[in-house]
Design a protein around this ligand. Structure first.
Ligand SMILES: Cc1cc2nc3c(=O)[nH]c(=O)nc-3n(C[C@H](O)[C@H](O)[C@H](O)COP(=O)(O)OP(=O)(O)OC[C@H]3O[C@@H](n4cnc5c(N)ncnc54)[C@H](O)[C@@H]3O)c2cc1C
Length: 407
């Protein structure tokens, strides 16, 4: 079977590794020359690490660990503990995306995928095959996998997203020399309409380097991201003023879109599959997307290996079964925060106040927020996380918070 994978981020490289291993003829196309950078907080979370371990991707020793972190809001803060779960460790790693993505990309090539440098600009049906344009050349495939990120041209050319419904975020990060007292995130809910809702983060990358950034929810309206740089400047200054970070001079800045919550997206149609950000699988509560990119890549590889171009229905139901419950809850929460900022403000103020007194509440929120509820096993806070998820799913169902075109 001849397969085009458009995009060599974590989703595209992993699906290529798995399909090349299964003996398929995989072309892995990316518009960038590797190694290339990507806007990210650079945190490879515990679920992502578990997938990579299962697949046999070796990230090397001596990586910087990230575990428990502070969540702050309006002068209060709570520590969200990170603990091992049923199939994952109690920490993630911070690895600059330039290195992480290059490592996965090289592995895909060493497993037999063939690299093609070029822009995939159009996919069309040609009888029972698919024709794709890669820069200025047309080529034919049995299956096309769109792993080309939040602005996927595969999804657009096959009409698989409803641009008026998708749920977008915008995030901006800086690599800054400096040190931080601890890894932390701060909710930024009161920064004017352009920046509501959102949060800022500071993550230590080791070697006196910090990843410092902000992410904001914008719904389907990209113009709401206009105030992002100003918000990051203010957040950075606030961290300095509070003595939370000590910064050296200069920084390197990069921003990018997040496509969240599976909303307004059909993740597969005859012969064409979307994985990772192209499928809109980013966590709407905290912006993590690498774990979902890797999980969707694994699900996609097993469907394509089994059913080739005829697995669209199987892939759609696998994605819904795996991600639908949490993403519908996250989508609902994000919609409330966008439409009713005061409600979000009150809810988060109460939560952080309660979590600053009770480790169990802080744990429950950490599990729920990071979409670890189903994988945590019995531990302090897991019942609270389960309650939050169950209530959220029921509310999403009752309010008909519809996600993709298929549910
Ligand atoms: C500022 C910021 C901070 C974030 N922080 C985190 C974090 O700390 N942890 C986390 O888990 N997630 C984080 N995310 C989300 C995370 O970056 C994404 O979820 C993740 O990169 C998705 O992987 P992907 O492979 O689906 O897509 P991408 O990583 O976006 O890869 C897509 C690839 O497709 C290529 N491409 C795009 N269009 C075309 C085309 N037309 N033709 C050919 N190639 C194309 C691109 O060059 C790219 O290599 C963050 C996002 C942002 C913007």
């Amino acid at each position: 079977m001849r397969i085009l994978v458009a995009g060599a981020g974590p989703a595209g490289s992993l699906v290529s590794i798995l399909l090349a291993r299964d003996g398929h003829d995989v072309v892995l196309a990316d518009r960038a020359q590797f190694p290339r950078d990507k806007a990210c907080g650079d945190v490879i979370g515990p679920l992502a690490l578990a997938v990579l371990e299962r697949v046999g991707v070796d990230l090397g020793a001596d990586r910087h660990h990230i575990g428990s972190m502070w969540l702050g809001f309006e002068g209060r803060e709570m520590l969200m503990p990170a603990r091992p779960g049923l199939g994952h460790r109690g920490f993630g790693l911070t690895i600059p995306r330039r290195d992480f993505d290059d490592l996965l990309y090289r592995q895909a090539l060493s497993e037999g995928a063939v690299a093609r440098n070029g822009v995939v600009s159009g996919v069309a049906r040609l009888g029972n095959r698919l024709r794709a344009r890669i820069s200025d050349q047309n080529d034919e495939f049995d299956v096309v996998i769109g792993a080309d990120g939040a602005n996927s041209s595969v999804a657009r050319s096959m009409n698989m997203t409803d641009q008026g419904r998708i749920l977008l975020g915008f995030a901006l990060r800086r690599h800054v020399p400096g040190s931080a007292k601890a890894d932390r995130v701060d909710l930024l809910l009161r920064n004017g309409p352009a920046a509501t809702p959102g949060y800022g983060w500071v993550f230590d990358q080791g070697d006196n380097q910090l990843n410092l950034g902000i992410g904001i929810g914008v719904g389907s309206d990209r113009s709401r991201a206009k105030g992002a740089r100003e918000l990051l400047d203010r957040y950075q200054q606030d961290l300095v003023d509070r003595g939370v970070v000590k910064l050296g001079g200069g920084h390197q800045e990069m921003g990018g879109w997040l496509k969240m919550g599976l909303v307004g997206t059909r993740v597969a149609t005859d012969g064409v599959y979307l994985v990772g950000d192209a499928a809109g699988l980013v966590n709407p509560l905290q912006g993590e997307g690498i774990a979902a990119a890797l999980v969707s890549a694994s699900l996609c590889a097993s469907v394509v290996d089994r059913s080739g171009p005829d697995g669209a229905a199987a892939y759609r139901s696998a994605i819904h079964e795996h991600f639908g419950g949490f993403l519908s809850t996250g989508y609902l929460a994000q919609s409330i925060a966008l439409g009713h900022p005061k409600v979000a403000d009150l809810a988060m103020r109460s939560l952080v106040r309660a979590g600053s007194h009770s480790e169990r509440i802080a744990s429950a929120w950490g599990m729920f927020w990071n979409d670890l509820t189903q994988y945590s096993g019995p531990q302090p806070g897991s019942f609270g996380a389960w309650l939050a998820l169950t209530a959220g799913m029921r509310l999403a169902r009752a309010t008909r918070a519809r996600l993709s075109w298929d549910d």
